[in-house]
Design a protein around this ligand. Structure first.
Ligand code: IMP
Ligand code: MG
Length: 198
């Protein structure tokens, strides 16, 4: 009995240590979504994608939007059970904690996508500028079909015309870091997601 209570105390302390506040540049962030919850949400999205693509005659391209989607893409791809290729594009639309209102393609398409089925993998849809511009770019590149998978969605902000086919989690309109998402390039390496302290 004593042993068990000791274990519980150690667990509670360890949990508090691993989920304490973090400092990124000049800002403080507090724990928001634990890794276990993120992984469970990715499991659900992967199941949906597997269902939709299990009988695909074509080999779909998983298109990772660097840098933010790197961790999500890695976790998602390990769960996909159909033949698929990987490609990356780098797009930036944020400066500090705000959208700049324009999406800049920092590294363009490196693969011929004409007549291909494409699954875009995005970390978060906020204003939707990135995903709307990318959809146009993929249409111009001749993609046969474009599906969008996003780890996170801010539904209070995004009212755009592009359909989001797979949404792992919805969050309020707050600024977050962790699990690939950054504040001025820092914070991507946390396995949990943290929200800016209000
Ligand atoms: P959108 O173009 O406004 O939809 O913004 C999408 C991009 O902005 C995402 O791919 C992220 O890179 C970045 N972004 C949006 N919201 C956040 C946030 O809360 N934290 C960190 N990056 C974000
Ligand atoms: Mg991004």
């Amino acid at each position: 009995m004593v042993q068990l209570s000791k274990l519980v105390i150690i667990f509670v302390i360890t949990n508090q240590i691993t989920m304490e506040k973090i400092q990124v540049w000049d800002k403080t962030f507090v724990p928001f979504i634990k890794n276990e919850e993120i992984v469970a949400a990715i499991d659900r999205v992967a199941e949906q994608i597997n269902r939709d693509f299990k009988d695909s005659d074509d080999i779909p391209i998983i298109l990772c939007i660097l840098n933010g989607s790197l961790l999500f893409t890695s976790e998602l791809m390990q769960r996909l059970n159909f033949p698929c290729e990987l490609s990356c594009i780098r797009i930036s639309s944020y400066a500090g904690t705000k959208s700049t209102g324009e999406s800049k393609v920092l590294m363009g398409l490196t693969m011929d996508l004409s007549d291909k089925r494409v699954i875009v993998v995005e970390d978060i849809v906020d204003t939707g500028k990135t995903i709307i511009d990318l959809s146009k770019l993929l249409q111009a590149a001749g993609a046969k079909e474009v599906k969008i998978a996003t780890l996170l969605l801010k539904p209070d902000v995004y009212k755009g015309p592009v359909k989001l086919d797979y949404v792992a989690m919805e969050i309020p309109n707050r600024f977050i870091v962790g699990f690939g998402l950054d504040y001025d390039q820092l914070g991507r390496n946390y396995k949990d997601i943290y929200v800016l302290e209000s």
